[in-house]
Design a protein around this ligand. Structure first.
Ligand code: 5GP
Ligand code: ZN
Length: 135
């Protein structure tokens, strides 16, 4: 992908603070982090978002996320961490190359992963359940 910042990072055109890489994935520090230790896991192959990535690659990526999260926990001595993964502009995705955010949490930090909760009736929930039922 010609104009993708993360593809450029992966092929070495743009420098990055890499903390781990293997044949398939690269783990870098976010250049504009929400907190110290905010890391990004990128597949080396370009997938725009979760709607493009295949289940097998995503599975291996999440397996790596468990390792990285435990490593960050041990190394930075933190107790809490958010995993965030945005898909589409409306969802806040700014780089259209699939990536997982690992954001360590500290007391009184400025990170917010929150939404206003809707007050739905049981009937409304049942309607959505019917629509989305996958079985
Ligand atoms: P998104 O908003 O797409 O979920 O996340 C994109 C992330 O990429 C942001 O957190 C942003 O700070 C990070 N980012 C943008 N440009 C660069 C860059 O050149 N290098 C690195 N390491 N991170 C970047
Ligand atoms: Zn890319």
């Amino acid at each position: 992908m010609d104009n993708c910042i993360f593809c450029k990072i992966i092929n070495g055109e743009i420098p990055s603070a890499t903390i781990y890489e293997n044949d398939e994935f690269k783990v870098i520090l976010d250049r504009f982090p929400g907190n110290i230790g905010h890391a990004l896991i990128l597949p080396k192959k370009h997938y725009a978002n979760i709607f493009e990535i295949d289940e097998e690659t995503a599975g291996r990526l999440f397996k790596l996320a468990v390792k990285v999260a435990k490593h960050i926990k041990e190394t930075l001595n933190i107790e809490a961490l958010n995993i965030v993964q945005n898909n589409g502009e409306l969802a806040g995705q700014t780089v259209n190359h699939f990536h997982l955010h690992l954001i360590p949490r500290y007391t009184d930090d400025k990170v917010s992963v929150k939404w206003e909760q809707l007050e739905l009736t049981d009937e409304q929930i049942a309607e959505v359940q019917k629509k989305l039922n996958m079985q």
